[in-house]
Design a protein around this ligand. Structure first.
Ligand code: HSO
Ligand code: ZN
Ligand code: ZN
Ligand code: ZN
Length: 269
């Protein structure tokens, strides 16, 4: 079984109401050994009020106390899902250099001041243009930021296509996806397998199996696994499917991070 969930949220995230304690207790019930809370921190998230940011000192105070309280039952890791946008400059790196995060996910949520989660992102562009624009910014983020360990949900945007159609990523965007994967490999950044794709009814994790296969073919070896669960019932979502699926796609190991360094776990255990 998969023994770690490396991508989860609590009420420190604008879009979750789950207390950290309720998430940790569920993770223990599920039998996880390592559990990562990675709340959203998107600098300059669009909107009137600041959102998708949290009080960092309070986050560490709360989670460090819980880490101690549950020591021996589960290994809690204090992580962050950092939203990247090209114009943020040095700010993300300054943040990760200033605080002892144990694991940092770098995600592209906002492109041209819009999150594709909101329908307005799609106004005035074709789906093809909206998808391509998203991958362009992701590539720029991966090239320019040196502050994260794993690339979150590479095809996040396919969850929110207005038509709900299935996209053949390699037929339509193969060149840019290859460039994203090669850049991750060159920079020793992991690729995330995010099982929220199953929760969204896509029938595949994010990214799609084709991307996971291609990453292996190109020599990629760092694969992190996360549910992106915002509530207890979504933790370790469909993790039971993963050992067989990932072995079929050419993987023997998955990766967790301890103090920002990769540790390999066997998919057969
Ligand atoms: N970034 C979220 C999706 C969302 N965007 C909610 C705005 N609200 C995915 O966890
Ligand atoms: Zn979220
Ligand atoms: Zn995300
Ligand atoms: Zn997330």
């Amino acid at each position: 079984m998969i023994l770690a969930d490396t991508h989860t949220h609590t009420a420190f995230s604008t879009d979750s109401t789950s207390s950290p304690r309720s998430q940790i207790r569920q993770a223990i019930r599920l039998g996880l050994q390592d559990f990562y809370i990675t709340d959203h921190y998107d600098m300059d998230f669009p909107g009137e009020e600041p959102s998708f940011v949290f009080d960092i000192p309070e986050y560490f105070r709360t989670l460090e106390a819980l880490k101690e309280e549950y020591r021996g039952q589960i290994c809690l890791h204090i992580g962050i899902e950092l939203g990247l946008q090209p114009h943020l400059g040095k700010r993300p790196e300054e943040l990760t250099a200033s605080w002892p995060f144990e694991f940092v996910i770098g995600s592209t949520h906002v492109v041209d001041q819009m999150d594709p989660y909101f329908p307005v992102y799609w106004d005035g562009k074709t789906e093809q243009q909206g998808l391509h624009r998203y991958f362009e910014d992701m590539l720029e983020n991966i090239r320019s930021f040196d502050c994260f360990d794993s690339c979150g949900h590479l095809d996040y945007i396919v969850r929110y296509l207005p038509s709900g159609r299935k996209v053949n990523l390699f037929a339509e965007f193969g060149d840019i996806i290859d460039e994203i994967l090669r850049t991750l490999i060159d920079r020793d950044i992991a690729l995330e397998c995010n099982t929220a794709g199953f929760k969204y009814g896509l029938g595949h994790p994010n990214p799609h199996e084709d991307v996971l296969i291609r990453y292996r073919e190109l020599g990629g070896e760092l694969l992190t696994i996360g549910s992106d669960g915002h509530a207890p019932e979504h933790l370790a979502y469909d993790f039971s499917l993963l050992p067989e699926l990932l072995k079929k796609l050419g993987y023997r190991y998955y990766t967790i991070y301890k103090d920002r360094r990769p540790v390999f776990l066997n998919l057969n255990e």
